[in-house]
Ligand binder design. Structure first.
Ligand SMILES: NC(=O)c1ccc[n+]([C@@H]2O[C@H](COP(=O)([O-])OP(=O)(O)OC[C@H]3O[C@@H](n4cnc5c(N)ncnc54)[C@H](OP(=O)(O)O)[C@@H]3O)[C@@H](O)[C@H]2O)c1
Length: 376
């Protein structure tokens, strides 16, 4: 087994066409590999001759986006073939479809960093045909084709069997963003945060990570304060369980290296503009779970929060998490970490109406989550 959980043999390079699809990077028009196939490319496929996928392709200095018709041989190798029913729109998906996004590592790319659906063919006895599963992270939708495709092939070691209480749409309404929120709450609680310790701040609260974090923390009895740039989201955030709401200005203003100790913990997916504020207002010994850069990647802070208050900056990376831990967190997302009340702010799109959501999420216009109906 590889470090990222994949099982099997690494795809061998096709020496006939050095950049063939067994190694991504080729245009779809030239995907048919005339050379030796990888040992892990399936000889038999349950994927139909033709299916639809949403493609982002770099052309000069722009990215062309749209739905195209593909064949099974256009997909990467993998032990499990999935009929994708639902995917979702995450901030990273928006970036993966922009020329300046610095996320896509192949072109053309089927974006979609998460997917859920049914197994249609499997070389792994633990993942039976007909099982409802999901996959997210690793290279999906970034360096390897992702969820915006009616069919996808993935390594068995990337697959999470879905708890019977979650259907694929609900799972994708949680999606990578909700998974990251859960991971953040677990990290804070593992470090000692308990309900009753004091207010916990969630920034970017109207977005995917933020709104799910508000819901999970509130359900677990924490006193949640939500920071948002959208004043009209206040009522929804209070319904999700926020005790108080701050404006984006409150959490982006410049200040002294250390300010009054306010927060017992924090979940931040916004980065540049807010993380310095969070660090200088955390209470002694408190921590922030940092997962995102929705307002930019730069972090300008001093060391004082760390050396004078012992605060901790906990890095969250959902993409490279080992599969056993990923499966365990999904089991909890179906159970004690299941976000409730977030369903009201889930908007459905499909492959033909995806463009607007991809643009809106990068513009900071997210209100909850978009789910993508990929196939019926
Ligand atoms: N590390 C990981 O594993 C991981 C996993 C998932 C996501 N992420 C990252 O976490 C961040 C949020 O992801 P998401 O899917 O939750 O995105 P999202 O739904 O777009 O939420 C981001 C929210 O951040 C707030 N925001 C503040 N300043 C912003 C600005 N200048 N531009 C855009 N948004 C701004 C907005 O909320 P308000 O208006 O309410 O302030 C926005 O809705 C992204 O950077 C994403 O790449 C990381």
């Amino acid at each position: 087994m590889f470090r990222d959980g994949r099982v099997g043999v690494i795809a061998r390079r096709c020496w006939t066409i050095p950049a063939c699809f067994v190694n991504p990077g080729h245009r779809f028009a030239t995907f048919r590999c005339a050379g030796r196939r990888s040992a892990s490319v399936r000889a038999v496929t349950a994927i139909p001759r033709s299916f639809r996928a949403y493609i982002a392709e770099k052309v000069d200095d722009r990215v062309e986006r749209g739905v195209r018709s593909l064949a099974a041989s256009d997909l990467p190798p993998g032990e499990v073939e999935i009929r994708v029913e639902w995917s979702s729109v995450n901030y990273k998906d928006g970036l993966a479809t922009r020329a300046d996004g610095k996320v896509a590592r192949i072109s053309p790319l089927i974006p979609g960093i998460d997917l859920a659906g049914k197994v249609v063919s499997s070389a792994d006895p633990a993942l039976a045909v007909g099982a409802t599963v999901l996959a997210h992270g690793y290279d999906l939708g970034v360096a390897r084709h992702g969820g915006y495709s009616e069919f996808q092939r993935v390594p068995a070691g990337w697959v999470v069997p879905l708890d019977a209480s979650l259907d694929p749409r609900e799972a994708m309404a949680i999606g990578t963003a909700g998974f990251t929120a859960a991971m953040s709450v677990i990290a804070l609680e593992d470090r000692g945060l308990r309900p009753g310790d004091g207010p916990v701040l969630v920034t970017g609260a109207s977005g995917g990570v933020g709104s799910t974090a508000v819901a999970i923390l509130a359900q677990r009895g924490h006193e949640v304060w939500a920071a948002t740039g959208k004043p009209d989201e206040e009522a929804r955030l209070r319904t999700l369980g926020a005790t108080g709401v701050l404006s984006r200005d409150d959490v982006t203003a410049s200040g002294k290296p250390l300010e009054s100790e306010r927060w017992a913990g924090a979940v931040d997916a916004v980065g540049a503009a807010t993380l310095p504020y969070v660090l200088r207002t955390l209470r002694t010994g408190a921590a922030v779970a940092s997962s995102g850069n929705a307002s930019g990647p730069k972090l300008e802070t001093t060391v004082f929060p760390f050396i004078l208050r012992g605060v901790a900056l906990l890095g969250m990376d959902s993409a490279q998490m080992a599969i056993e831990r990923r499966r365990a967190i999904w089991a909890r997302l179906a159970d004690d970490l299941r976000p409730r009340g977030t369903g009201d702010a889930v908007t459905d799109v499909d492959l033909d109406t995806l463009d607007g959501a991809l643009d809106a999420i990068v513009a900071g216009a997210a209100r909850g989550r978009w789910v993508v109906r990929v196939s019926d």
